[in-house]
Design a protein around this ligand. Structure first.
Ligand SMILES: Nc1nc2c(ncn2[C@@H]2O[C@H](COP(=O)(O)OP(=O)(O)O)[C@@H](O)[C@H]2O)c(=O)[nH]1
Ligand SMILES: [Mg+2]
Length: 357
């Protein structure tokens, strides 16, 4: 294969991956916490919380980095009859469903779940507001078991129930893990990219996904290069690298807003945060590339030969772009890890509250 064919193949691969979306649809009684869960899962303030009328009049769709979150209106109401609901909201296209409840379980949700099951759709049950589980003389575990049993009776099927609290953050990491576990392949990767990490394991998944696009973007950058960078004897396409660094930052939720947020600049993290910001500017990238000239590690490069092809892997620009991409990834990962560790420590200190969306 010629280098141009290789370049085209890589470009198509990156394009195809970018176009993949994963859709998580939420349904359930108004006030159960669907909007709040949408914000927790994405780690963004996407949906307005506490507005009960929203979800009853239309399906609301929120997009965050390839993760589509849909807040569905009630099923089989006079406004949205059962017969037309499936088609009207394009239910067939959605990947995972969350049936969210917090008090009594509604018959209409049972009916919608049966239809989902008939169509072989994945549905998780989410008992939100678990911070309110309390009854004199009973443990939380007993209360949870009762809820699961009641649900089983109602929907006539034994399904997994995830207990969450958007208030304390409890169970949110488990919910994200559960959603990821019912997805596979490219859809699962897209979920790892878009969803906020609430555990170190989830952050590792983000790293795994990013390593792949470092290899691909480094290849594209090396192939597309036209002019050598002054002071370096190789040509590298800086705009491709800038695109890559932006993608990595987004995957880790390191938006400008987040990097500048009050309290994020803890002394231990400030240096990492400033590195991450530098990678967004062209001159920062050139400096980074220069600092890596001649320091690329062959072991890392050879690992990706099956993906990028031998011709590109051997090119002058590839080693250096790959090394720079890995450096950016390492800094983003370390910063995200530092921020998460602080959030988790805060959870212990402040009775569970650690989510700042
Ligand atoms: N105590 C408690 N309140 C919650 C929780 N999740 C959401 N809420 C509150 O319940 C109300 C309804 O939440 P919202 O997300 O708008 O529900 P939706 O109507 O299903 O979208 C809001 O006032 C939220 O602040 C939770 O886990 N615990
Ligand atoms: Mg809502």
């Amino acid at each position: 294969m010629s280098i141009l064919d290789e370049a085209k193949r890589i470009q198509d691969l990156v394009q195809a991956e970018e176009e993949i979306v994963v859709t998580v649809a939420l349904f359930g009684q108004p006030g159960s916490g669907k909007s709040s869960l949408i914000n927790r899962i994405s780690g963004q303030r996407l949906a307005k919380e506490g507005t009960k009328t929203d979800a009853t009049t239309e399906a609301k769709k929120y997009d965050w980095n390839g993760l589509h979150l849909v807040d569905l209106p009630g099923y089989g109401t006079s406004m949205f009859p059962q017969e037309t609901y499936w088609k009207q909201f394009g239910i067939e296209e959605f990947d995972v469903f969350l049936c969210v409840f917090s008090g009594k379980f509604r018959d209409e949700d049972t009916r919608f779940f049966s239809q989902l099951k008939e169509h072989g759709k994945q549905c998780l049950f989410v008992r939100n507001k678990c911070d309110d589980l309390w009854e004199d003389g009973k443990t939380v575990v007993e209360l949870e078991a009762e809820i699961a049993q009641d649900l089983e009776k109602q929907i006539r099927s034994r399904e997994r129930v995830v207990f969450t609290s958007c208030r304390t953050g409890e169970g949110i990491a488990g919910l994200s893990k559960a959603i990821a576990s019912v997805l596979s392949g490219a859809k699962q990767e897209r979920f790892f990219r878009g969803a906020k990490a609430y555990s170190l394991d989830f952050l590792e998944e983000k790293r795994r996904v990013c390593e792949r696009f470092v290899a691909l973007a480094a290849a594209a950058s090396a192939v597309n290069a036209v002019n050598p960078i002054p002071g370096l004897d190789v040509a590298v396409d800086i705009s491709v690298l800038m695109g890559l660094f932006k993608k990595i930052r987004l995957t880790y939720g390191l938006t400008d807003e987040r990097l500048s947020a009050k309290g994020q600049a803890a002394p231990a993290l400030a240096q990492l945060a400033s590195n991450v910001v530098k990678y967004c500017a062209e001159d920062g990238i050139v400096l980074l590339l220069k600092s890596f000239a001649g320091r690329e590690t062959l072991k890392e490069i050879s690992k990706w030969i099956p993906l990028v092809g031998t011709v590109i892997a051997a090119s002058a620009g590839y080693g250096i772009t790959h090394t720079a991409g890995r450096a950016c990834l390492a800094d983003c990962h370390a910063l995200a890890e530092g921020i998460l560790e602080r959030e988790l420590a805060g959870a212990k200190d402040f009775g569970g509250k650690f989510i700042d969306v």
